[in-house]
Design a protein around this ligand. Structure first.
Ligand code: TEU
Length: 516
């Protein structure tokens, strides 16, 4: 599969929570196979699957114990081969998750490494006699003491996720072999988990963006075997200044990066602040401008498996849920770059509300709850967790409103918000997303064209995209109604309200076309 990067439109699947085909409560590949039509019908042409390799699942698969095997509970490796084939038959590219920074402590490499200081696998990981002050992203120190050998190993995430030592050439060779194995199985690319963390800077005291980062990425993806791949690095350190180093074409590193500034995450996920929609638009717009100026192709996304639902975080998940969800769809699909939709976004799923800590599963959330128990009131604890927990994105997709067995407490609004209800509704979020994707395919100015911000203030955001002979103008009104002068000689292509465009109601999203 070789699609021009600007023409890609991704749908992210979290297999564990997508569709369960055998009724054991865990989503699986059989479930994905049964929904290919649903995905295809939306119009996307690529999928990213989060990890479903063999794993103890302390971090839902981001703790891999065998890079070469798909877990049996998901259907096993053969089933994955069938899935790749079926997606290809339907014109959909397949991108797998590549977890490079760490393995599960259950991985045979780590099991060998901890046997003794002179074990040949010892140097696959990062050991120190004395820990430094680094903190785990999931809370607490990033170092775990191993009593048997008397040293600490580094774990930037959970204790059960030991950081690999990329300075060891044998580790880098192993990881190239993993990539090559999946290329041979037909995958079209990789989403690379926390890729900017693989080179550490112990001198500067930084757990990531180390001096050999770009050398390591090139070693992985700058090869003939990897030339045709689509690669996206999850790089929390990526910004307008350093993006070129990751994804300028001639550097032979990555196709693009996931940067996070636009999601307003600087205060941490468990802060109760609700960012203004205007701020989201401002940051999205700035990212567009700086990436285009440098000739780079950005990703455009508002959700993934680590983020709360965008409708709840940036807009209105009550009275204006449909309008909010469709407006956010417009923001994702009308900008320049590679859009990524996250499962459930296309039916306007909101955050899930739960009144007991027992209903949360995510390791980061549980660590946070443990660390703050007694420090915050129970209500504060529940409110912050309900707003920020990664479980918001991980409740199973409600295909219908019915209760089924599931590995995690289901989505609290499943009876009201589910796929069948959305399909039946007069105002269907899925249909609007489908229409947006159709526009993206029909009008080249949306994929190739220039971008200009026409207006951004506390009321609304308006931009235009254009190329030879055609221009698309997209207007996004925020909470407060405003009066508007529609562009002259333009026709309305899509509108989440309908009726006169002289008044823009809450969360109205309206798309105009002007031909010259
Ligand atoms: O995420 C990296 C990561 O740092 C985010 O999870 C987020 O910053 C964190 O939750 C802080 O609030 C990637 C994966 O996407 C995530 O699911 C994994 O848990 C993590 O790496 C470890 O592999």
């Amino acid at each position: 599969m070789r699609l021009k990067k600007e023409n890609l439109i991704f749908y992210q699947i979290y297999p564990k929570s997508f569709c369960d085909s055998d009724g054991d409560g865990v989503g699986d590949i059989g479930g994905i196979l049964s929904k290919i039509e649903y995905i295809k019908n939306l119009g996307v042409n690529a999928v990213w699957l989060t990890p479903c390799y063999a794993s103890p699942e302390v971090d839902n698969g981001y703790d891999i114990s065998d890079y070469y095997a798909i877990a049996e509970k998901y259907g096993g490796t053969k089933k994955m081969e069938t899935l790749i084939e079926k997606f290809h038959e339907n014109g959909i590219a397949v991108v797998l998750d590549f977890v490079a920074n760490h393995t599960s402590t259950a991985h045979p490499w780590f099991q060998a490494a901890k046997k003794s200081k002179d074990n040949p696998y010892r140097d696959y990981y990062i050991w120190r006699a004395e820990p430094n002050e680094w903190q785990s992203i999931f809370g607490g120190t990033a170092w775990e003491f191993d009593g048997k050998t008397g040293e600490y190993y580094l774990h930037s995430f959970a204790v059960e996720q030991a950081d690999l030592n990329w300075d060891n050439p044998r580790v880098r060779k192993e990881m190239r072999a993993v990539i090559d194995f999946w290329i041979a199985k037909g995958v079209d690319g990789f989403r690379c988990d926390v890729l900017d963390m693989i080179s550490k800077d112990f001198e500067k005291g930084e757990n990531g963006s180390g001096p050999r980062l770009h050398e390591y990425i090139r070693e992985l993806f700058g090869r003939e075997e990897t030339d045709r791949l689509f690669t996206v690095g999850e790089c929390w350190s990526a910004n307008a200044e350093n993006a070129r180093a990751f994804c300028e074409e001639k550097r032979k590193e990555l196709t693009t990066v996931f940067a996070f500034d636009h999601l307003c995450v600087e205060n941490g996920r468990f802060s109760m602040e609700k960012p203004a929609l205007q701020e989201l638009c401002k940051r999205l717009s700035e990212w567009q401008i700086s990436m285009r100026r440098q000739g780079l192709c950005p990703t455009v996304f508002l959700e993934n498996h680590d983020q709360p639902r965008s409708v709840s975080r940036f807009a209105d998940d009550g009275k204006y849920r449909y309008e909010s969800a469709t407006l956010l769809g417009g923001l994702t699909l009308l900008h320049y770059g590679i859009p990524f939709l996250y499962q459930g976004q296309e039916i306007g799923m909101t955050n899930s509300r739960h009144e007991s800590l027992k209903e949360f599963n995510d390791v980061e959330t549980c660590n946070y709850a443990r660390a703050n128990f007694g420090k915050l009131t129970e209500k504060e604890l529940l409110d912050t967790i309900n707003a920020g927990s990664r479980d918001n994105a991980r409740r199973p997709i409600p295909w219908d409103g019915k209760d089924k067995k599931s590995w995690i407490t289901p989505y609290s609004r499943r009876r009201e918000i589910n796929v069948s209800a959305d399909f039946r509704a007069e105002k269907s979020v899925y249909s609007f997303y489908r229409a947006l994707i159709a526009l993206r395919k029909e009008y080249a100015c949306l994929t190739q064209g220039a971008y200009e911000r026409l207006e951004l203030n506390e009321t609304r955001y308006i931009f235009r995209r254009w190329s030879a002979g055609e221009e698309i103008i997209a207007a996004f009104n925020f909470e407060k109604p405003s009066s508007f002068t529609p562009p002259e000689n333009a026709k309305v292509l899509l509108d989440n309200y309908g009726g006169s465009a002289k008044r823009l109601q809450p969360y109205r999203c309206i798309v105009f076309l002007r031909k010259s």
